[in-house]
Design a protein around this ligand. Structure first.
Ligand code: UD1
Ligand code: CA
Length: 471
């Protein structure tokens, strides 16, 4: 039986107190709705996933476009049941005859694990019930819909009984408020029964909204069964409504990611201090020191060391790379055996070649730094190409910007650039050449030449004594 998934993500999320739609807020390195899509992909291919958008629909759709999912618009937010109705046309493209399963997820539950969704699908596929919903038992169920089970279910323990109704918090009677069994907002329906009875949902008398949760009672009225999958660990079902819950979800997602990496062979010192985004990949036997931050599409190879406080933003590190503490690498690449930092900054499509060395307070911008080349301290290399084995002295600066345009600097293989050289671009420095320390170089330097571009030193013997005598 095929599974189609719908993710409801049209709400604003008033309790976030934000200009941005709730599902666009990030936890664990992805927007909340992206996390839900990631989990959904475990049970359905992207063309069978429909996301219902409303608030800031364009932004949500743009974000999810690359994933290849479908979209349906809910222009006015008239409740979760109404949101599902808005997706009908798109859902029918995936399941025209309504003979599959329809899983409904909410876009604000980012901690959902793929394994739980598979379990839900399997349980529903094997049962005769019209629907199965994920429930859990909470210490403090305030705000959640309460799950009411059949009498004989109560005898067996509420967790096993058939669901006869879901009562929203605001509508619950005092004795119902005591129920701690709650609706997680994750359901798996047999499509046929869902669409047959969907139209029977009546507006909630208080809010006027169409609540999806009303279906539990409706299906029961038709003699159809609603079952539950009770989850023991409620943290996975946390629905984000406030920024406090957002921070809690972020912490849990980071911990889950660190654990996943450790189990796959990565050493993480003080895992509670590192921040690693969901899509980051790290090879075995790499060591990550405390307070490192790996974000975006960062990929790290095997046997690397990521120093304390290092920040890797969509960086690509090959194997055996050492990133010393407090180094920032963004949208750039580091080749095998290279060492970068401490306190270095590599950015905008820069590339550090194999076995190269970049030391403290060195910045590389859009620069290709050759194999085995060295720049150990205090330099700025922008729009440059540095040949292999070249040595860049402390204080070297490429003057790549004339106030209007950026210009390139090319430094040949094996060149030796003395300390505090000022390289005025556009400029070409030949291979195996020497640049005298303190030079301002404005013209091309031929290969194997020595270039000096500085005032000659003058010594005046006895000058100080003479001056003192005058005084
Ligand atoms: C909902 C459930 C509640 C459950 C809880 C679990 C209903 C009526 N109530 O309550 O039983 O315990 O989730 O977290 O379903 N949305 C739309 N369009 C709308 C309204 C909502 O797309 O018109 C989306 C929201 O963007 C959100 C999701 O549906 O992602 C849930 O909506 P929300 O308002 O957060 O529902 P809760 O009050 O939390
Ligand atoms: Ca919610």
């Amino acid at each position: 039986m095929n599974t189609t998934v719908v993710i409801l993500a049209a709400g604003l999320g008033t309790r976030m107190r934000s200009k941005r739609a709730k599902v666009l807020h990030r936890a664990g390195g992805l927007a909340l709705v992206e996390q839900v899509v990631q989990a959904a992909l475990a049970v359905a291919p992207p063309e069978r996933i429909v996301v219902v958008t409303g608030h800031q629909a364009e932004a949500v759709e743009e974000l999810l476009w690359p994933a290849g999912v479908r979209f349906a618009r809910q222009v006015e937010q008239r409740g979760t049941g109404h949101a599902l109705m808005c997706a009908r046309e798109q859902l029918e493209l995936a399941d025209p005859k309504h003979d599959g399963l329809l899983m409904v997820l909410y876009g604000d539950t980012p901690l959902l694990a793929a394994a739980t969704l598979k379990k839900l699908r399997d349980q529903q596929a094997e049962s005769k019930a019209a629907a199965t919903l994920i429930t859990t038992t909470l210490e403090n169920p305030a705000g959640y819909g309460r799950v009411i089970v059949a009498e004989q279910g109560a005898e067996q323990g509420a967790e096993q009984g058939n669901v006869i109704a879901i009562v929203e918090h605001q509508a619950a009677r005092p004795e119902q408020l005591l129920v701690r069994l709650i609706n997680s907002g994750i359901y798996c329906f047999r499509s046929r029964w869902l669409w047959k009875h969907m139209g029977e949902i009546q507006p909630d008398p208080a809010s006027g909204e169409l609540y999806l949760t009303a279906l539990a009672e409706i299906l029961n009225r038709h003699g159809l069964q609603v079952r539950q999958l009770h989850v023991e660990e409620p943290s996975e079902l946390l629905g984000i409504n406030t920024r406090v819950e957002l921070a809690a979800a972020d912490r849990l997602l980071r911990a889950r990611k660190a654990r996943e990496l450790m189990l796959s062979g990565v050493t993480i010192e003080r895992p509670e201090t590192v921040t690693i985004d969901a899509l980051v990949r790290v090879g075995a036997d790499t060591i990550i020191e405390p307070f490192a931050r790996l974000t975006g599409n960062t990929v790290v190879g095997e046997d690397c060391r990521i120093g304390q406080g290092a920040i890797l933003e969509s960086a690509t590190l090959s194997h055996d790379v050492t990133i010393a503490p407090y180094t920032l690498i963004s949208d750039s690449r580091v080749d095998p055996g290279a060492q970068v930092g401490p306190f270095a900054r590599i950015r905008m499509d820069a590339q550090v070649g194999p076995q190269a060395r970049i030391g403290n307070f060195v910045e590389l911008k859009k620069t290709r730094f050759g194999a085995g080349a060295k720049s150990q301290h205090l330099a700025y290399l922008g729009d440059a190409e540095v040949g292999e084995r070249a040595n860049i002295g402390a204080g070297t600066i490429t003057c790549n910007y004339d106030g209007e345009k950026k210009h390139a600097t090319k430094i040949g293989a094996g060149a030796f650039v003395g300390s505090n050289a000022t390289l005025v671009a556009p400029l070409e420095i030949g291979e195996e050449s020497y640049i005298g320390a303190g030079s301002v170089i404005t013209e091309a330097v031929p290969a194997h030449a020595l270039a000096l571009g500085r005032g000659r030193q003058v010594n005046k013997p006895g000058w100080v004594k003479k001056r003192k005598k005058k005084a």
